[in-house]
Ligand binder design. Structure first.
Ligand code: MG
Length: 233
């Protein structure tokens, strides 16, 4: 339950508004086909599974402060490729280049993203709070036509601390001149969005299609779809 009336809503970008998982998978398949990777690598589903497992681990290490952005970018393709037996820096660069060629223009959203933004915009001050890479996030804000909805965009690359570090939340609150009770964080990542916001004293909405399953701290509210927020906020 959300206890306090809100002035500011902080919203995560990837997999909360943008369907980053779905867009990445599609871009990866197009890259895999264009570069003829089936000659050197396992079939696409296995390739994707190795890539996404490595990617999840790298992002978790970045979030926990144990991996720099530079190192994350270096390892993003080279690590899964080496696990599949290919160590080839030229091919790694090509994979990265062709992946982004397809990924960056993609505009698949989480269902209900624009409807939610249209609903929230007249009632609240909105800000993005994201750990995503700055260069990608700038392109996404533009391509998804998100810019008019948001008063501010807070990126860990600019602020210097990734979620769940409380300092990124405190930075946003100070910058928007509101206290923690006045703000709400909406996000899909339990560790980064929910634990981080809770530690900063901000109430949280966890977008989690599987629902709450005993996780601690208990989110202020868990939703399975964005549409549920229309009756709450
Ligand atoms: Mg996210």
């Amino acid at each position: 339950m959300i206890k306090y009336p809100k002035k500011v809503i902080l919203i995560d970008l990837d997999n909360t508004l943008t369907d980053t998982e779905g867009n990445s998978r599609t871009a990866m398949r197009l890259m895999y086909e264009e570069l003829g990777l089936s000659a050197k690598f396992p079939p696409f589903d296995a390739f994707w599974s190795v890539y996404s497992s490595c990617n999840d681990k790298l992002w978790a290490r970045y979030r926990d402060g144990n991996l720099s952005r530079e190192r994350l970018n270096e390892l993003r393709f080279s690590w899964p490729m080496s696990l599949m037996g290919v160590e080839d820096s030229e091919l790694t660069d090509r994979v990265c280049e062709v992946f982004y060629k397809y990924f960056l223009p993609m505009t698949g959203t989480v269902p209900g993203a624009y409807e939610l933004l249209d609903y929230l915009r007249p009632k609240y001050r909105l800000a993005v709070l994201s750990n995503g890479t700055k260069s990608s996030q700038i392109v996404k804000m533009k391509n998804f036509r998100f810019e008019p909805y948001f008063e501010k965009v807070y990126l860990s690359d600019d602020i210097g601390y990734p979620k769940p570090d409380v300092r990124i939340f405190q930075y946003a609150l100070n910058d928007m001149s509101v206290c923690p009770e006045d703000a709400l964080m909406i996000g899909d990542d339990f560790e980064g969005d929910i634990v981080g916001a809770a530690n900063a004293g901000i109430e949280q909405v966890w977008l989690h299609p599987a629902g709450w399953n005993g996780e601690r701290p208990v989110p202020s509210l868990t939703i399975r779809t964005l549409a549920e927020l229309h009756s709450v906020l």
